[in-house]
Design a protein around this ligand. Sequence first.
Ligand code: MG
Length: 369
Amino acid sequence: MKITEIEIFAINLPLIEPFIISYDTYDTMPSIIVKVSTDEGIVGYGEAVPDEHVTGETWESTYRVLKHQLAPTVLGQDPLSFEKIHELMDKTVYQVPAAKAAIDIACFDIAGKKLHVPVYQLIGGRYHEKFPITHVLSIGSPDKMANEAAERVAMGYRSFKMKVGTEVMKDVERIQAVREKVGDDIDIRVDVNQGWHNAATTLKGLRALRNVNLDWLEQPVDADDLDAMVEVKSKTDVTLMIDEGLHGAKEMREIIAKRAADKVNIKLMKCGGIYPAMKLANMAEMAGIECQVGSMVESSIGSAAGFHVAFSKKIMKSVELTGPLKFSKDVGNLHYDVPFICLNERPGLGIDVDENVIQELCHKSCIVR
Ligand code: MG
């Protein structure tokens, strides 16, 4: 089988509510959808949701690098030759993991459709039957975050990921307010998105939170400061997760060597797709580090891809792929049984893509053949 044509769509996914995190506020999520066609008539879809703060890729740069470098590179290649496709892409352009993830995901969708199996069957088989969905609380006032959490508990949610990362003692108030409101039986994870910057500020926050039980604390310090994570880890018994500080194999090796975290957040958009994500999960597993599959708030396409990785690996302990629940309009039909998700057994990514919606949300598109 050969790749014969790649169509690239730059779209904007409309959010129901603005998504507010320490480094940005989003009213819509810019995304790039790729449609990869083959000489056997099998078509696969992939997605790139670049985040300039995390991988240095923008919506515009991702569209252009797909159009001018990556799509021409993989034209004529066998979409099932994952190792080779990644080698070719890596030789053509350094990094740009979100752009590479789009091609990788589309190739896995094609492979599953060709072999009549779900993607998880290609990467270890289904290990997890279902995953609980964590509700993400955007940064707001302590009252607003606590009230939203209470509403979600009434809907059946049992865990929250709180976005914080402003002034540390204000964040402490937010976390205390949510814990007081939801009681002790609900899991609370806190994602600082680097907002506390250094070890001293993080330790100050953790001291103030010593009576608040946290599942884990995610990326409190600057992404590039692995030594600060090591310092925090040596001075607290709170479970620590690295997110922005992990992209690919280079960072994973350093995290393992320095024992810098208990958990890591693997995202297809940071590492280049399903194939590299499986390599990272294997590295983490060998080092006894637990994994989560996180998201850049992707549509049904990118989210389904992340779920297939999560469902196939024992070391994946949690998932945070709730993009489709945040959009008022989506290009696919990934189904959630809120507050859980169970994947279906259909071939490939297991979703239907609605090209009318892609056209409706599309700002520009091109075909590479
Ligand atoms: Mg994070």
